[in-house]
Design a protein around this ligand. Structure first.
Ligand SMILES: [Zn+2]
Ligand SMILES: [Zn+2]
Length: 417
């Protein structure tokens, strides 16, 4: 690793680690849903102010922007998402969340965004502590609403780049269930586009003993769920990529009441516009045809809940940044990985300006537990994935590695004074 990176990373001492761990546990205990990240934003803003970073809050509703100006040189955008999920935590950790939203929905940092926020604060602390070793401007973006796919767009629409300047590159990271200590990256197309749909089905309710007097939306919904399984298997080519998942099916209240209506929540993942439009058309055709086949009194309503773009890492910029990780963490800890079907909206921050995006992953799973699970062939059973009620990164070394990668990536793009 080069000397200046070494000098900056030296600041990640026991004192800072302890402080960041406290910060992480506090964020984990107090998760907030998308666009409700007000306490989180407050905590971030206070910490930035202490570091001497210029702070602006309320950007894209609950987002925070921090500018660390340090002379001539490029502006580098570092992004952390802040929102949590409507999941009831079952990790059993002493700092497990008991939080609920205003309507009583349990809330948990089940995607590790609390770790992202802490690591970015760690990187800013290191960079602010050694301004003699770099020059340029660090633009820290604490983004709301990633889980609903609209936080990045909201910040751009709120004048992120007109008000705070234009970066030359967008850098971001995500914790995932690979061993803590490991870093992975995927140049080019890395994450899929998402279309999330709400399907509202109309039947005609009545007594459970008199089905002939009703149009049963439960049976209609069941037929649609089964037939949707044929979209990928029968309408998409073997070398093309798509996933169609019905994540929720809601209808009825009691065994002897046939309800009036049913609702399906459908999640679609694709990589190309051609496949995407074919899948969307097939879903619409099947939903409408099954409703017709059931004798539905009204055509179903299909509406979009949210969408995510394909995440495309700039291949050259990503490979160069990965080399910077290798220099710091050792080549054995940095691996290239294939594209995945998850989704992310960080790409909207880069495409808004046409600048390169570099987005990578860092491990959060207990390395010993992970190795044991691989040995036993029980990875799926024993290692919780993001969004699971038992997902929680081990704090160490996840926090050190995430802080180190964000710092090393920033230094790679900033100027040497
Ligand atoms: Zn997530
Ligand atoms: Zn996430």
């Amino acid at each position: 690793m080069d000397e200046r990176t070494q000098d900056v990373l030296r600041g990640l001492n026991a004192h800072l680690r302890a402080d960041l761990e406290d910060c992480y546990r506090d964020l984990h205990l107090h998760p907030e849903l998308s666009f409700a990240e007000t306490q989180t934003a407050d905590k971030v803003a206070k910490r930035l102010a202490v570091l001497g970073v210029e702070v602006a809050t309320g950007i894209g509703r609950t987002g925070v922007v921090g500018l660390l100006r340090n002379g001539a040189g490029p502006t580098v955008l570092l992004r952390a998402d802040m929102d949590a999920l409507p999941v009831k935590e079952r990790t059993g950790l002493p700092y497990a969340s008991m939080a609920t939203a205003l309507d009583g929905t349990p809330v948990m940092h089940a995607c590790g965004h609390d770790m992202h926020v802490t690591c970015l604060l760690g990187a800013l602390t290191l960079l602010a502590g050694r301004r003699d070793r770099w020059s340029g401007t660090v633009m820290a973006v604490f983004q709301p609403g990633e889980e609903v796919g609209s936080g990045a767009k909201a910040m751009v629409a709120d004048g992120l780049y007109d008000r705070f300047g234009k970066p030359e590159v967008v850098l971001g990271q995500h914790v995932m269930p690979i061993p803590a200590g490991k870093v992975a990256y995927c140049p080019g197309d890395a994450l899929a586009a998402t279309d999330a749909l709400r399907v509202h089905l109309f039947g005609r309710g009545g007594h459970g003993s008199l089905p002939e007097r009703t149009v049963d939306p439960v049976v209609m919904a069941a037929a649609i769920v089964m037939r949707l399984q044929t979209v990928v298997s029968r309408e998409i080519g073997g070398t093309e990529t798509a996933v169609v998942t019905v994540g929720a099916i809601n209808a009825g209240t009691k065994d002897n009441v046939i309800p009036d209506e049913a609702e399906l929540l459908v999640n679609i993942r694709t990589y190309t516009e051609d496949v995407r439009s074919r899948v969307l058309a097939a879903v619409q055709r099947i939903v409408e045809s099954e409703a017709f086949a059931s004798g539905a009194p009204r055509k179903p309503d299909i509406s979009t809940i949210d969408t995510f773009p394909v995440l495309r890492n700039d291949p050259e910029a990503t490979s160069r940044t990965a080399d910077a990780f290798r220099a710091v963490l050792g080549a054995a800890n940095v691996e290239q990985m294939p594209p995945a079907m998850a989704s992310e909206d960080i790409g909207d921050l880069a495409t808004a300006l046409g600048v390169p995006l570099v987005y990578w992953y860092f491990g959060g799973a207990d390395p010993a537990a992970y190795a044991a699970a691989v040995e036993k062939g029980t990875l799926a059973d024993d290692i919780p994935v993001n969004h699971s009620p038992t997902f929680a990164p081990v704090i160490s070394p996840t926090l050190e590695v995430g802080t180190t990668t964000m710092t090393a990536a920033a230094l790679h793009w900033l100027q040497t004074p």
